[in-house]
Design a protein. Sequence first.
Length: 246
Amino acid sequence: MIFLTHLAAVLDNWDPRVVEGIASKRHVIVFDNRGIGASSGSPAKSIEEMAGDAITFIKGMGFGEVDLFGFSMGGMVAQEIALIEAKLVRRIILAGTGPAGGDGINAVAGVANWDMFRALLTGLDPKQYLFFTRTPNGIAAGKAFLDRLKERTAGRDKEITVSAYLAQLRALEAWGNKKPQDLSAIKQPVLVANGDDDRMVPTANSRDLAKRIPNSTLVIYPDAGHGGVFQFHAEFVAKALEFLSQ
């Protein structure tokens, strides 16, 4: 099970409850994109380049077939992998993500930078705004998620650099401005998940993905935002394991 990560993320940005939960039944591999965290090289300039790097990584590890879990930007990468190297992919989980040319995706940079500014003013982590709603449930879930990210204290990964973050923002803008793809070409079973109030990659994109991918199942979590799979981690892990076991 290959995990494909979100904008600005390094290895330590994965929710340990999701990683450990899925790893209880599956061999989970997480990795830093090129030029991100501890990975050397220059950051990829497009979602397509990220997909090419991921394919190289998967084949370099000696795997002939894998399952993919792509969250946010990683879900865009997962779609590209499935379209480029269909035989490499068995099943796919797409969370908090959207298709090329999807609603509001070219505005992710504006949303992310505004919430980083809000976080600076309030002393909060930007993920509290970007991943979770500002309802009591969302605020509590965000605090719990951020606490979980601090659990691993030894050998933590390097943070993303500003230049790498900007490169990823440009890649996301280009993906948002790209012509829609023929997602009916993705024949693998796909689980699509999101919160019902995702302001980063609007939830309408998840519904659009489920509509356009033939063999898909859609799960929308209530009173949840972009990080719905982290807010409802127990339910999500159970659903993911059931989906992957088929």
